[in-house]
Design a protein around this ligand. Structure first.
Ligand code: HEC
Length: 184
């Protein structure tokens, strides 16, 4: 008898005779039951609030877009510079709540969110959270620098802020969908 074959026979014999085997079997059946239940819960989420979530997410993103547009306009035209701290702190507040609008696996045909936003276990990817934290930080810096009168420094920080939006979009925002009529 070659050794492979005898190994197989040994394993078979072990499985048959081992009294723990049936518990192992039971556990694995229970385990896969749990997996199915978790999957069903995720499905339920998208059926319940999928479209509303996608819509609300766009409204939140548009809010950010409007503040950034305002900042860039102010800097370009050199008017209402004293409004920049307000726009910057609004961006900080919106950014703080942004985690809420990316629940696990919330992708859809109506969304440009890519599936690499989430880890396999459903948590937000560390790099995505880092991008969020960076946006918050850059908005805070703009807020502080705009309290002063140094136009050059304000302009520079506004550019850095805009780049922090683009960095995340590059990694986590997919191609335009047919539902998109605007872009940033
Ligand atoms: C941490 C990642 C991240 C950061 C930082 C980020 N975004 Fe986004 N943004 C996204 C993702 C993902 C989407 C796609 C969401 C969807 O379609 O469901 C998106 C979508 C948008 C949209 C909606 C329009 C479109 O093309 O889908 C606008 C506008 C937008 N972002 C503006 C901004 C602005 C302005 C900033 C910076 C002030 C910013 N974003 C920073 C991830 C980010």
């Amino acid at each position: 008898m070659d050794s492979k074959k005898s190994d197989g026979v040994l394993v078979l014999h072990f499985l048959k005779s081992n009294r723990y085997f049936k518990y192992l079997l039971l556990l694995s059946v229970l385990g896969s039951g749990l997996l199915v239940a978790e999957h069903a819960a995720r499905q339920e989420f998208s059926a319940d609030m999928g479209d509303n979530l996608m819509l609300y997410r766009r409204y939140i993103m548009d809010t950010k877009g409007a503040h950034l547009k305002s900042i860039r306009f102010i800097v370009k035209e050199n008017i209402f510079l004293e409004h920049i701290p307000m726009h910057a702190s609004m961006l900080m507040q919106v950014t703080r709540d942004m985690r809420d609008i990316f629940p696990t696996d919330s992708t859809s045909k109506k969304s440009r969110a890519k599936s690499n936003i989430w880890k396999k276990n459903g948590e937000l990817e560390d790099e995505f959270v880092k991008n969020l934290d960076n946006l918050y930080l850059q908005a805070e810096k703009l807020h502080d620098v705009a309290m002063g009168k140094d136009y050059g420094a304000i302009k520079k920080q506004a550019d850095i802020l805009a780049r922090s939006c683009k960095a995340c979009h590059y990694l986590y925002r997919g191609i335009r969908t047919e539902f998109d009529d605007r872009d940033f």
